[in-house]
Design a protein around this ligand. Sequence first.
Ligand code: GAP
Length: 452
Amino acid sequence: MDMEKIVNYCKNYGFIFPGSDIYGGLANTWDYGPLGVELKNNIKKVWWKRFVQESENSFGIDAGILMNPIVWQASGHVDSFTDPLIDCKECKARHRADHLIEGFTDEVIPDTMTDEEMVKYINDNKIPCPNCGKSNYTDIREFNLMFETSRGVVKDATSKVYLRPETAQGEFVNFLNVQRTMRAKIPFGIGQIGKAFRNEITPGNFIFRTIEFEQMEHQWFCKEGTDSDFYKTFKEKAWKFLLDLGIDENSIRFHDHDKLSHYAKEACDIEYNFPFGFSELWGTHNRTNYDLGRHQEYSKKSMEYLDPETNEKYVPYVVESSVGCDRLTLAILCNAYKEEQLENDTREVLKIHPYLAPYKVVVLPLVKKYHSDKAKEIYQKLSKHFMTSYDDSGSIGKRYRRADAIGTVFAVTIDDNTLNNNTVTIRDRDTMQQITLDIDEIINYVEERIKL
Ligand code: GAP
């Protein structure tokens, strides 16, 4: 599977289009089409189910993208949320120094390298610029990734606001609101799904690294001393969730960080083997009491939790589980897309978990002239329960292929037996086996098989 194939597949089948396409696009922006939005919504729904709904003592929020700018001073993002920017003096192309090194060597380079060590490595090895092939670079400058904008009618220093670079701070600033209103006892969790923005130096690889993306983040507030155990629990929870979504176990691996973010005591990624190699998909971080402690310091409001049993007061530790929704969408598409060799044919099939499939069922009248009325009636009935599509053009074989290619789980064919006996044939996308069912059995049959 190469990246170009997946990009074309997504464009041609209505999953993901280049952003502002009719104006020549805007680099590294993407719009989700009819199938993409269904897939992404299903991913968000199942993440929410697992991390909020089914997680005892977890609650959801939906905080604003714009926050008081002091939030980002307190969180450390104003000072430390930077990437090492290096320019090619010859062609002026901009690069992330660490990515330049990673792209050049198969050696395992420690992620604790300082800026000076990276410059030395790049110059000693004469790493060529991926754009012009020459090796003549500036020094590294630390480039802050936060997007700035201004609010109000006057554009001055006091009007500056940031587009949030992570959703997590929404959970931290609402920690006590949630704790109080939900009468939550430690340990408890707050989950959120929402947009985040980063002025990435080198966005790219389709929806893998973009400047606008969605995160699904869950913060677990716990007592110091219990944090490392919860950190392990959440690493495993993320791993199991990926397997439950149908991700091939051989395509993922853990990568413990040597170089920790400014807030973390322990950090680990689950990396997925994307077409361009193993890269970060999901982060689990032990953020200690750094964030709540800093918000306490900057806001002058107590962030302490009062334990009702022991009367002890403390600022809780936080274990964070964070995954990009777009990155997970890409991993799921790469994992599910197959070109299968059949006896006399090949078929494109998206072997995606049924819960995630954009359409669960397609309704197919065998002969348009005779079977359309009944097929429309059944379509109306099914579409009240799950995403259902309708296809009456071309041979039945072609229609099966179209449905397979977009991952539609079941094809329901309406024929003379439907008119005479109230039965349909229902074909399974993965096995291509067909069975006969009574019309009244379809909904239960499908619902049983799309659960997660
Ligand atoms: N709150 C912690 C945090 O934001 P992160 O490792 O910087 O940690 C978490 O980001 C996840 O967000 C990543 O594992 C990745 O899935 C996703 N992500 C980060 N930057 C992204 C980008 N530019 N484009 C798409 N997804 C991104």
